[in-house]
Write a protein that binds this ligand. Structure first.
Ligand SMILES: CC(C)(COP(=O)(O)OP(=O)(O)OC[C@H]1O[C@@H](n2cnc3c(N)ncnc32)[C@H](O)[C@@H]1OP(=O)(O)O)[C@@H](O)C(=O)NCCC(=O)NCCS
Length: 137
């Protein structure tokens, strides 16, 4: 099955909302907010299968703001393809301490813990693990 990574388009917003809804551990933003960030969509056979939003911090850092894959496409390489397309030599992110799937996913991609933010999240209140990876030059 072909996987295409492309920038977010206005027409994707209902699909983004649905992917968020399927993934309560992802950040839940009003879909239009993604238009204000660098957001990539993974499209599988013409259907949005996942998305990734980043904040670029020149010259070479990228903060991953949100990443989610439609549940029926989990563990088929969609999240990995989005992460690989995120850019930046140094990538960092926050993840809920109870989000074992995401922690495992990020560790698999070479992220390491670089900090701990107590009660960082609300609804529900929870600590964040800060993670970072650096690409080889
Ligand atoms: C985390 C997430 C983006 C991963 O996307 P994905 O497309 O399923 O991941 P990939 O198929 O590219 O990578 C799979 C690898 O990641 C790890 N992984 C992914 N899901 C996992 C799980 N539920 N449990 C353990 N490891 C997991 C494994 O190493 C896995 O490799 P394997 O399938 O060979 O064992 C996806 O699970 C998701 O949308 N989660 C909900 C939203 C979320 O929590 N986002 C993170 C916000 S910080």
């Amino acid at each position: 099955m072909a996987l295409l990574i492309r920038p977010l388009a206005l027409a994707d917003l209902p699909a983004i909302e649905e992917i968020q809804r399927q993934n309560p551990t992802a950040a839940q933003w009003p879909p239009a907010d993604y238009l204000g960030y660098q957001t990539l969509v993974a499209e599988r056979d013409g259907e949005p299968a996942g998305f990734l939003a980043v904040l670029s911090i020149p010259p070479d850092e990228v903060e991953i703001l949100n990443l989610a894959v439609a549940t029926r496409f989990h563990r088929q390489g969609v999240g990995s393809a989005l992460l690989d397309a995120a850019g930046g030599r140094v990538q960092f992110l926050d993840v809920r301490i109870s989000n074992h799937a995401a922690l495992s996913f990020y560790r698999r991609h070479g992220f390491q813990k670089c900090g701990h933010r107590r009660k960082y999240y609300s609804r529900p209140v929870e600590d964040a693990i800060m993670m970072r990876r650096e690409m080889p030059r």
